[in-house]
Design a protein around this ligand. Structure first.
Ligand code: NAD
Ligand code: DAU
Length: 339
């Protein structure tokens, strides 16, 4: 790829900020425009390593805002789009779904329409394995698995996937979809399982495990996901869908116990609480296609990367204390009190 203008949406969130920091640390042939609304999940502190780079600019704004999106495409001569922007948390989508459909569906539509108008080179829709629904004890999701989303969040992501594919088939827009499994790593907002359990453990607070704790997620280190998105940016086939995962299935209860052990905290902190409504039992992803067709494979070892992640939260108390002392308190109360 020669010097290219990339619009990264949602670049102040967990995966987007890791992606921008990763990309700008590794190459100088790109110019990144980060368009982010800075919702509760967006945090410019995540972008400290990139903020002073000459080939980086931040624009605060909403992807549902047609005029603003048009202005950004025009002003920065955007050639590539990577759409990370989303409402991303399943539990919040159960508390209130409207903003999920607005951002994840309408917002994606605004970006796709602008991409058509400006005839961009590639549009990456960052999707999720949750669009496939839930697995039983056996089997893996492949790109041919039927879409069967179960939560407002996953149904909004599946809707966006279908819309993006329709823009490929109808208008020839060079859209590529990635579907990744559960990420962990630095800068993850502490509403998600791993950072929430680390922070509660550090604060000697109860660890709320939903249901029987035997739901399974397939974990990937965020930097492996970032590397995969970079690979898809360079080599992904228009109209293609690529699953991304690191084949690391874990039961929730085992993740929680591992965190307690690493932090030298007692298992008595674990509290089994009422299950998440519609809770998907198991996710597990087959990434054969991206490995064989594009040559990507995960390089981080779970045991090392989870230890690094825990260490990062130990060392970056200031980062998460600011978060948990704000509106997060209200959210936590609403979701967990009397559960
Ligand atoms: P996140 O919630 O940490 O970050 C989302 C970012 O999007 C935030 O910076 C937020 O301010 C921004 N945003 C939200 N609404 C916006 C809007 N209307 N306009 C502009 N910006 C807006 O999410 P994440 O975990 O980093 O996930 C990023 C993407 O990856 C999402 O599309 C998600 O569906 C997908 N994904 C996440 C995972 C995971 O494990 N976290 C796995 C697979 C796919
Ligand atoms: O699979 C990819 C998806 O992974 C992404 O598309 C989503 O954006 C991301 O949020 C994540 O969704 P999950 O619902 O799998 O992640 P979460 O961290 O919310 O929960 C992981 C598991 O842990 C799930 O089975 C629910 C359980 N859990 C979660 C929380 C927050 C608990 O038992 N207790 C909790 O307090």
């Amino acid at each position: 790829m020669s010097v290219n203008k990339i619009l990264v949406t949602g670049g102040a969130g967990f995966i987007g900020s890791n992606f921008i920091n990763y990309l700008l640390a590794n190459r100088d042939d790109v110019f990144v425009v980060n368009l982010d609304k800075l919702t509760y999940a967006g945090n410019l502190e995540n972008l400290k390593p990139s903020e002073n780079k000459k080939n980086y600019v931040f624009v605060k704004g909403d992807i549902t805002n047609n005029e603003l999106v048009d202005y950004v495409f025009n002003k920065y001569e955007i050639k590539y789009v990577i759409n990370f922007a989303a409402e991303s948390h399943v539990d919040r989508s159960i508390l209130g779904s409207e903003v999920f459909y607005r951002t994840n569906v309408i917002g994606t539509n605004v970006l796709l329409e602008a991409s058509r108008r400006y005839e961009i080179e590639k549009f990456i829709q960052v999707s999720t394995d949750e669009v496939y629904g839930s697995l039983g004890p056996e089997g893996l999701f492949t790109e041919n698995s039927p879409l069967s989303p179960n939560s407002p969040y996953s149904s909004s992501k599946a809707s966006a996937d279908l819309m993006a594919l329709a823009f490929f088939h109808t208008f020839g827009l060079p859209v590529v979809i990635t579907r990744c499994s559960n990420n962990y790593g630095q800068y993850q907002f502490p509403e998600k399982l791993i950072p929430l359990m680390i922070i509660n453990s550090l604060n000697n607070k109860k660890l709320p495990v939903y249901g029987d704790g035997l739901n399974v997620r397939d974990w990937i280190y965020v930097l492996d996901h970032n590397r995969a998105v970079e690979t898809v940016l360079e080599k992904g086939k228009p109209g293609g869908i690529y699953n991304i995962g690191a084949s690391r299935e874990m039961r929730n209860i085992d993740i929680v116990k591992l965190i307690l052990k690493k932090l030298n905290k007692p298992e008595s902190l674990i509290e089994f609480v009422k299950d998440r409504p519609g809770h998907d039992r198991r996710y597990a992803i087959d990434s054969t296609k991206i490995k064989n067709e594009l040559g990507w494979k995960p390089v981080y070892v779970f045991e090392d990367a989870i230890s690094e992640t825990i260490d990062w939260y130990i060392k970056n108390k200031v980062w998460w204390e600011r978060i948990i002392s704000g509106n997060y308190k209200e959210y936590y109360k609403t979701l967990y009190e009397n559960r």
